[in-house]
Design a protein around this ligand. Structure first.
Ligand SMILES: [Zn+2]
Length: 79
């Protein structure tokens, strides 16, 4: 398991309406929350990051989602 506990730095708010799992949006303030392990990874992470169960992993500005059905797209706001 990599990196920082994002929840200590950001508050996360689910996007409404929830985006289609087939077409997950990306953006500097958008994050993917894994509903399997509740890990959070930026949708455009530049540092190497992954959630605990491995559903989400990314680096270099791209995040790979193994199972989009187990992802909630959230907007992050700095605390
Ligand atoms: Zn996970």
């Amino acid at each position: 398991m990599a990196g920082v506990d994002m929840r200590k730095i950001y508050n996360f708010y689910p996007i409404e309406p929830a985006p289609s799992p087939d077409d997950l949006p990306t953006g500097g303030d958008l994050y993917y929350e894994c509903t399997e392990c509740s890990g959070v990874v930026s949708s455009v992470t530049h540092i190497k990051a992954a959630c605990a169960c491995g559903n989400l992993s990314g680096h270099g500005g791209q995040t790979t989602v193994k199972d989009p059905a187990k992802v909630r797209v959230v907007r992050g706001k700095l605390k």
